[in-house]
Design a protein. Sequence first.
Length: 217
Amino acid sequence: MKYFLLILAVILFQSCNQKKESKKDPVTQKEIQKNEVKTDSAIQNISKAAEIKKDTLDEVMLEEDIRFNGKLRRFFSLNDFGKVFGKADSTRLLSEEQPCTYIFETPDGNGMNDKYLYKSGSRFENSGQKVAVDEFRFLNGNYILYKGIKIDSKSTINDLKQIFPNAIRNIGNLDVDGEGTLQAITLREDKEGISDGHINIFFKNNRIYSLHWWFPC
């Protein structure tokens, strides 16, 4: 009889443990599901934050998408300069200006004859037979075609908002030598962020005034 009662007690004890374990399983499963939901939610939030950050970056303006006066890219020949812009109003050696950076800079620094060409307020850099736009003024009929869209002295801040909404949203003020304080937007030079430089577009009296490639010293 004692053995029978002992066996019965063991059976009851095991049965109670199994019931307790069976009750724990659903709770554990719910906790796992909650953790999974939290993890998925965190991943989604990170993805959304990355998308928002990407969407608020200033736009890119690639050289290949620009045509100065509808014909020339940023880099062209001295002969093309004469055909499109005519004779330079004035010139000045870079060695006299002593800019901290220049477009056709070479590792050996051999550019004593390189110079700036000035025309209708715009500034071009010239090295031998090569010319590049440094600063472009939208004066005397000068304009650019950007992806086929004409931008000229009549183009307003609101007009450019259709093309560069993020940059216009982040518009600020910059002090410009000889011009005072102008409104300006900044555009990236490439999509990958490789270049340390950028493009500044300035506005005067709510209309586009100039475009300048900026690069740190």
